[in-house]
Design a protein around this ligand. Structure first.
Ligand code: IPD
Ligand code: CA
Ligand code: CA
Length: 256
């Protein structure tokens, strides 16, 4: 069986854990602030994925959001995992969260598997082989931003970035039809890869937020980089600009 099929089976089981959640508020704790939450389900899903994924690729590094200690994921094989992306949505039962798995080799994403358990959408990509949802090919849109809608994230855990976030949002809003803030970065990236959004930015995302989505976007014909135009580092936080091919250049127009 192909590696990606095995990862798919594992993520579906993790999705069942998310869907089985009950009484989430009673097992929710603050991390760095009231905006930054973790639940017992984030930890349960991450532990499950760690055990199953390392059994599949025993010499891989496991770089998960809820890990206490992390190794550099840009050396050799590495899983970069967000057990629940959109935890604030999960706590509020908003039905907009996902599980995100990327497998990198020497700092380059080779596989991406993302599950939206609520809509039962499974996004997959293998480098050089295209991007898919539930087995059907996906592509970025061809819409210019002037006729499009962009997604954005608010970098909610870093108040120092809020003013810059709103200023970039205003500049993009002036050039577009509208924008969305949906609360799960990997699903925003999947929406760009699927052509439902025409661009996306956030002033700070971690590797577990952007690793899988980045491969889905490039395999769907889009582009992704930092807001400054640098390649994504995969080892630490950075700014993110993702778009279809038509809107790639707008990144330079919205700089401070
Ligand atoms: C967060 C979500 C949110 C984004 C934050 C992320 P989490 O991930 O993706 O949309 O704005 O920057 O940290 O904490 O729910 O896994
Ligand atoms: Ca996340
Ligand atoms: Ca998370």
């Amino acid at each position: 069986m192909e590696l990606i099929t095995k990862i798919t089976e594992i993520i579906q089981e993790a999705g069942d854990i998310v869907l089985s959640a009950k009484d989430v508020l009673s097992c929710t704790h603050q991390k760095t602030s009231a905006a930054d939450l973790v639940t017992a389900y984030d930890v349960k899903v991450e532990n499950f994925l760690k055990e199953k994924l390392l059994a599949l690729v025993p010499d891989a590094i496991f770089f998960g959001e809820e890990e206490q200690e992390r190794q550099d994921p840009t050396k050799g094989w590495a899983f970069i995992v967000d057990p629940i992306d959109g935890t604030a949505n999960f706590v509020r039962d908003l039905g907009q969260s996902a599980i995100s798995i990327a497998l990198l080799k020497d700092g380059q994403p080779e596989y991406a598997v993302v599950l939206d358990p609520y809509r039962k959408n499974l996004y997959t990509a293998k480098r050089g082989c295209g991007a898919f949802v539930n087995g059907q090919p996906i592509h970025v849109s061809e819409r210019p931003l002037s006729q499009g809608i962009f997604g954005m994230g608010t970098a909610p855990y870093n108040k120092d970035l809020h003013a810059r976030t709103l200023e970039i949002t205003r500049r993009l809003f002036d050039r577009s039809c509208d924008f969305r803030r949906m609360g799960a970065a990997v699903l925003d990236l999947c929406a760009v890869a699927s052509g439902r959004l025409d661009a996306f930015f956030e002033c700070e995302l971690s590797p577990w937020d952007y690793a899988a989505g980045s491969l889905l976007i490039t395999e769907a014909g889009g582009t992704i980089s930092t807001l400054e135009g640098a390649p994504l580092p995969y080892s630490h936080k950075c700014t993110i600009w993702a778009s279809n091919a038509v809107n790639a250049g707008i990144r330079e127009e919205i700089q401070d």
